[in-house]
Design a binder for this molecule. Structure first.
Ligand SMILES: [Zn+2]
Length: 193
């Protein structure tokens, strides 16, 4: 059974919402159908929009999901899923190189981000901590529906997820993959608005 606090959320403006989730399903994913039908579906799917295929199997908070249907003749479906299922499956991944080889490289390469992180008191030796902290916060915010939709294409749906370090909140960029996997693309994606 779901804990009440999991289902009822309050956003930063004090509005109450139900933390209801859907799984986006492209027909390519259908299970339990006849082989010939599957083959026909695959033939159709090959002509299908790459964005729909990339969304298939992805979990979204109902309040922040791509426009459905995505385009005319879109035959994707959405299925209601339990937040506890999403919590069970979801995970966040971030390569440590996002810090060791990007944020904390020289100024030119990091485009000012090194100075920014250093002004908050972090250096390259904090990379492991930052990686873990980014994953922890991003996962928590994703599971609370606290994210924004950014670019969507055949690679997938990008999300902007707030991260707070030393009382400073900013957006980090993530790629949403099926079954609630979020993968960090950009540690610092701009100021939180
Ligand atoms: Zn579609």
């Amino acid at each position: 059974m779901s804990a009440f606090s999991d289902l009822i959320k309050v956003d930063k403006n004090g509005r109450i919402y139900y933390n209801k989730w859907i799984e986006w399903i492209h027909l390519y994913n259908y299970v339990g159908i006849e082989r010939e039908v599957v083959e026909e579906y695959i033939a159709v799917a090959l002509r299908h929009c790459a964005s729909c295929m990339a969304l298939s199997g992805c979990y979204f908070f109902k309040g922040v999901m791509p426009k459905y249907p995505l385009h005319p003749h879109c035959d994707c479906k959405t299925m209601d899923i339990d937040i506890n299922w999403v919590k069970k499956k979801a995970k966040a991944e971030c390569k440590i190189e996002k810090f060791t080889e990007y944020i904390f490289t020289d100024e030119e390469q990091s485009k000012g981000k090194k100075a920014l992180f250093e002004s908050w008191g972090f250096d390259i030796s904090d990379s492991e901590y930052l990686k873990n902290e980014f994953c922890r916060q991003a996962l928590e915010n994703y599971l609370s529906g606290n994210y924004k939709l950014k670019k969507l294409d055949g690679e997938g749906q990008r999300l902007a997820i707030p991260i707070t370090l030393k009382n400073k909140t900013f957006y980090s960029g993530w790629l949403l993959r099926p079954q609630g996997l979020i993968i960090n693309i950009t540690p610092y994606g701009g100021k939180f608005k």
